[in-house]
Design a protein around this ligand. Structure first.
Ligand SMILES: O=C(O)c1ccccc1N[C@@H]1O[C@H](COP(=O)(O)O)[C@@H](O)[C@H]1O
Length: 235
């Protein structure tokens, strides 16, 4: 390589650390390069953030990662109050919202929407087609186990390979049972360029760990560094 050349990484992997309840965990996510931090607004979740808690948390959040509010079949006033409380950048819909619901929530809030879809086999990926051009991103998450109370955040994986080589015509990210130990394998098996994690960076349901957040983001950084590189000559 000549003295005028630089190596440019061709890989960019965005990470969303979801289920943030404490400012210190958002700060750990920001410090180690997370692209998004997520906040759960679903009363049945151990990660649920009340409106009051959101208002207290807001001034202590770091700038940097985009703030994503996660909702499950919520109504517009409920969503709007939380958009305002946390100055959310994006909305994630993790219930049975139809394309028309996604369009309405986008129009009412003016924010981009991530639509989560539950998958367990290759044919489930087609469910995303009806949201294409409406949702800004599709989140492929594992189908919840039978009898689960939560539609997400169950620490369950799906076969990552069902996404490999699909060349999907919309931006997408992947969630479900990801951990610092399996993140690199998940990226290799699926070809994902964005991952979403919650349980895998907790010591128990709802208890985030700054060390595990760092470990997850460091593991992904390792993938980026090992998957370099294009050499670019600087004139
Ligand atoms: O995490 C929750 O409690 C939750 C509740 C309601 C809807 C979505 C929820 N989490 C989402 O689930 C995945 C992460 O799952 P995992 O714990 O890493 O397996 C992620 O998309 C969260 O936003």
């Amino acid at each position: 390589m000549s003295a005028n050349a630089i190596e440019v990484s061709l890989v960019s992997i965005d990470i969303k650390i979801c289920g943030i309840h404490e400012a210190e965990h958002a700060k750990a996510a920001a410090a180690h390069g997370a692209a998004y931090v997520g906040f759960i607004f679903f009363a049945k979740s151990p990660r649920n953030l009340t409106l009051m808690e959101a208002m207290r948390l807001a001034p202590n959040l770091p700038s940097g990662p985009k703030r994503v509010g996660v909702f499950v079949n919520a109504d517009i006033p409920f969503i709007k109050a939380r958009v305002e409380a946390l100055t959310l950048d994006m909305i994630q819909l993790h219930g049975s919202e139809k394309p028309a619901d996604v369009a309405l929530i986008k129009a009412e809030t003016g924010l981009p929407v991530i639509k989560a879809l539950a998958v367990s086999e290759e044919s489930d990926i087609q469910k995303a087609d009806t949201y294409s051009g409406i949702a800004d991103m599709i989140l492929f998450d594992a189908k919840p186990p039978k009898g689960a109370v939560l539609p997400g955040g169950n620490a369950v994986s799906f076969p990552w390979g069902i996404l490999k080589g699909k060349n999907l015509p919309y931006p997408w990210l992947m969630a479900g049972g990801l951990t610092p130990e399996n993140a690199a394998a998940a990226i290799a098996a699926s070809g994902a360029t964005a991952l979403d994690v919650s349980s895998g960076v907790e010591t128990e349901p709802g208890k985030k760990s700054s060390e595990l957040i760092k470990a997850f983001l460091t593991a992904v950084k390792g993938v980026k560094e090992s998957t370099k590189l294009k050499t670019v000559e600087i004139p």
